[in-house]
Design a protein around this ligand. Structure first.
Ligand code: SF4
Length: 176
């Protein structure tokens, strides 16, 4: 009999990014998606991304949990950094917000490990994400953008018919 796999909570920034992560994690883990994205605005966009993360979970037959959506709390968290460029200090605080939520949920659910799909994106610095994640014992620093992870996420998203957004998430990342 194969040994039982350990559980891992995957902070899921969106369905497309999660595709690569799940593909790489399932040989070793039982994956549970955690949609925690209070950074996303407007709410209609949040709901659209949530719907497609749910679609991915359904296609792959894995569990998904949704965090409370509290964009006001997120705005408060990044206050003063609204004009920062993408990849700057606001993004660092944004990552910290989602990682803290995911660490707390992993603790509540007694899931021994967690990681994040944020490292898939070529627009996001993996070393920055990892330095924040290392504040938590349960954090697994996995660089999903390695081995063409981003290209693979596009390929799989097309295959699964997932919506791919045109901006990162918050109102400050919308291009005119
Ligand atoms: S641009 Fe993206 S990572 Fe940066 S603060 Fe906005 S939502 Fe977060």
């Amino acid at each position: 009999m194969a040994p039982e796999k350990g559980r891992i909570l995957l902070h899921t920034c969106c369905g497309p990014c999660a595709t690569t992560c799940v593909e790489r994690l399932v040989p070793d883990y039982e994956v549970i998606l955690f949609f925690s994205n209070s950074n996303i605005a407007p709410e209609a966009e949040y709901l659209k991304r949530l719907e497609h993360a749910g679609r991915l979970a359904q296609i792959l037959g894995i569990a998904i949990r949704e965090d409370v959506y509290d964009h006001r709390a997120w705005l408060e968290h990044i206050r003063g950094l609204e004009d920062e460029p993408e990849r700057g200090k606001r993004c660092e605080k944004c990552f910290a917000f989602s990682l803290a939520r995911t660490a707390a949920m992993a603790g509540d659910l007694r899931i021994p490990a967690f990681t994040t799909s944020l490292s898939v994106s070529r627009y996001k610095s993996s070393p920055t994400i990892f330095s924040l994640g290392r504040a938590y014992q349960a954090f697994e620093a996995i660089d999903f953008k390695k081995r063409n992870g981003y290209a693979r996420s596009i390929e799989l998203s097309r295959q699964y018919g997932l919506y791919r957004q045109t901006y990162c998430g918050c109102e400050f990342s919308m291009r005119p």
